[in-house]
Design a protein around this ligand. Structure first.
Ligand SMILES: [Zn+2]
Length: 274
């Protein structure tokens, strides 16, 4: 990832996605917002106990810094599913100004429509952005341990292939800041479910120091699914940033003992297809 100082705030971009002029994409940080306490300062999440007015201001600060109309930001309600919504013009701006209007029952979005900024709100789960520069299709995904075990990545790639004619080998993937294998401890429940859904857990889950606890590498788990779906290894960019270790830059629910803001990852097609 590359750091971009936008003046009023700081965002990061993936190296490989930054080469394309016709998409805008970013991962936001905590810098430059109006919120305080565990939400300090650029919290974009309405659902975490912060003051709604401040969250809206924070979203405006971010949108203005990026040069995007806030009404193009689009969110799902992120219910830890593997459901990926296909977004068209009617979906633009859902969840931008209030959480109630967000697309329901989904954790991912795919579109080939311009000027819809597919957004994800993150604190520990993995934000994943996908882009097919050939068919001009984008996707944003929220992959926590549940979404990862339910294979939301596979679902998104399969929608891109079946509905938009994408070829997996053309798809670029970026995995943003999230809870890394340095910190992400899980219990027996996750281990048992992972064994059923993922099969081999080699390099994905290993025993932690504490009995009955495991370290879950949700980065590796999602990278493996991307590769299984046919995405080339060289087209997968892992930020490799743990938000719990780097909680001064990125929100981490675990670093905040369950109370924290959310940062945003977003991707948007800017120009008309040709
Ligand atoms: Zn860490």
């Amino acid at each position: 990832m590359q750091k971009q100082d936008l003046g009023s705030t700081i965002v990061y971009t993936f190296d490989h996605l930054a080469k394309f002029d016709n998409i805008l994409h970013f991962v936001s940080t905590r810098v430059g917002g109006m919120s305080d306490r565990n939400f300090s300062s650029l919290n974009v999440g309405f659902h975490v106990g912060d003051d709604n007015f401040r969250v809206l201001q924070n979203r405006r600060i971010l949108a203005d810094a990026l040069g995007v109309d806030l009404l193009k930001f689009t969110f799902t309600n992120q219910c830890h599913s593997a459901n990926v919504a296909v977004v068209n013009d009617a979906g633009r701006g859902k969840g931008a100004l209030e959480k109630e209007s967000a697309l329901i029952n989904a954790d991912g979005m795919v579109t080939n429509v311009q000027n819809i900024c597919l957004g994800i709100q993150i604190a520990d789960c993995v934000p994943i952005l996908l882009y097919d520069p050939v068919q001009q299709v984008i996707a944003s995904l929220h992959a926590g341990w549940k979404g990862t075990l339910r294979k939301i990545v596979r679902e998104a790639v399969s929608i891109m292939i079946q509905q938009y004619g994408s070829k997996a080998e053309n798809i670029l993937a970026g995995l943003g800041p999230s809870n890394g294998p340095c910190c992400y401890e899980v219990g027996d429940d996750v281990y048992r479910e992972a064994k059923v859904t993922l099969g081999s857990l080699l390099n994905i889950i290993k025993p932690a120091d504490r009995p009955g606890k495991y370290i879950f590498d949700q980065w590796e788990a999602n990278i493996r699914q991307l590769k299984e779906a046919g995405v080339k290894e060289e087209n997968i960019e892992l930020a490799g940033v743990c938000c719990q270790c780097e909680d001064s830059s990125f929100f981490s629910s675990r670093a905040g003992n369950g109370v924290s803001g959310r940062f945003m990852a977003g991707i948007m097609l800017k120009k008309l297809r040709h």
